[in-house]
Ligand binder design. Structure first.
Ligand SMILES: Cc1cc2nc3c(=O)[nH]c(=O)nc-3n(C[C@H](O)[C@H](O)[C@H](O)COP(=O)(O)OP(=O)(O)OC[C@H]3O[C@@H](n4cnc5c(N)ncnc54)[C@H](O)[C@@H]3O)c2cc1C
Length: 331
């Protein structure tokens, strides 16, 4: 019997990987979570710009499920999460607010990931390059040649990245499982962050959502409470993101500046502008179940927001289901 580094290795310290880690740790399992990012959180991402912070991945979240509700209620009670809005204006005179609460995180969305990671064995800055099946477990290798062994393996990176790791280690996936992972699709999102000298004219509570427009989302992080000066997050819609994708950052900043003019005025100075390209921003073709357990390969499971629902709550529920499944299989 191999002496494993942990009972379960989890690739990805986003919402789904951290949730799975919590379930398994609470069940007494030894869990190691690795992530290639410098920080935990994945798409729960907040960046410092000037003296403020900008959420540049997920902007808010909604709650439908009862288990997630109990967590969110606790986070609200602890002062971590607050209700930000009950829907967004699209800038027209038509009322588009639907009355459902949208929640945000004090200190930025990434603060939620940091709370979830608290007390877990999470190792940021570890980029896995291949996973291998070893006699009675799994071994993952990172780009610096370090090895991580475990009896069980949970993979939560977006499906194309997960498939690349499996293929690099020649893991013999069953055809049905491979087809399920290959069917998952994501839209990209080019996101700009702009620190501006002045105010932005955005409807309450400081954000606008216009799925049909080139810039589909604009939010002011100052009015969200995480910046002291006007600091905008602007998301290009999927088609515009594809158009912008290969342009240089300064070109994208310039294009987005023109798109933002109706909201910031022509003469407003942009003090700082940064661009983030999310290749796998939101899943558009989902796996119908919250988790996928590999057939004929012991203790290998897949999760993430492409399993079930394409949003933070979906990533949480997938992490939950994947953690429980591996916990039950480990016995
Ligand atoms: C621009 C944008 C806006 C969004 N807006 C919203 C919103 O308003 N509301 C909402 O509910 N959802 C929103 N989402 C979606 C939401 O962020 C995701 O559904 C959720 O955060 C996904 O969590 P996850 O754990 O499944 O994946 P991720 O957060 O992507 O976690 C996967 C992790 O795997 C890591 N990883 C990948 N490859 C490797 C490797 N080789 N080695 C080690 N680690 C690796 C990555 O670094 C990443 O941290 C948005 C997403 C984006 C990008």
């Amino acid at each position: 019997m191999t002496n494993f580094g942990s009972d379960v290795l989890i690739i990805g310290a986003g919402m789904s990987g951290l949730t799975a880690a919590r379930i398994l740790t609470d069940a007494g399992k030894r869990v190691v979570v690795v992530d290639k990012g410098r920080n935990v959180g994945g798409r729960l991402a907040t960046r410092r710009i000037g003296e403020g912070q900008a959420d540049h991945g997920a902007q808010f979240f909604t709650v439908r499920d009862a288990i997630f509700r109990t967590y969110v209620d606790r986070w609200i009670k602890d002062g971590l999460v607050f209700e930000w809005s009950r829907g967004w204006s699209d800038g027209s005179l038509v009322e588009t607010r639907d009355g459902h609460p949208r929640y945000a995180v004090r200190g930025g969305m990434n603060a939620l990931a940091r709370i979830l990671a608290d007390g877990l064995d999470v190792r940021p800055g570890v980029e896995i390059s291949a996973v291998h099946r070893i006699s009675d477990g799994w071994q993952a290798e990172d780009i610096n040649g370090r090895h991580f062994t475990a009896e069980g393996l949970i993979m939560t990176a977006p499906a194309p990245q997960t498939l690349a790791l499996l293929d690099a280690g020649k893991v013999p996936l069953e055809g049905e499982d491979r087809a399920a992972l290959e069917a998952i699709r994501f839209d990209p999102c080019v996101t700009g962050m702009f620190l501006i000298d002045g105010e932005a004219s955005l409807p309450q509570p400081g954000a606008i959502q216009r799925p049909g427009a080139q810039i589909a989302w604009i939010a002011d992080n100052k009015r969200k409470g995480i910046a002291s000066k006007t600091l905008l997050t602007a998301q290009a819609n999927p088609n515009y993101s594809r158009v912008l994708w290969d342009r240089r950052d300064d070109e994208i900043i310039n294009s987005m500046r023109i798109d933002l003019m109706p909201f910031i005025g022509e003469n407003t100075r942009i003090l700082e502008g940064e661009i983030k390209r999310w290749r796998y921003a939101l899943p558009t073709q989902l796996h119908p179940e919250p988790t996928l357990i590999a057939q004929n390969l012991p203790l290998l499971a897949f999760g993430g927001d492409a399993f079930g629902q394409p949003r933070i709550e979906g990533a949480f529920l997938s992490g939950w289901a994947t953690g429980e499944a591996i916990r039950d299989l480990l016995g």
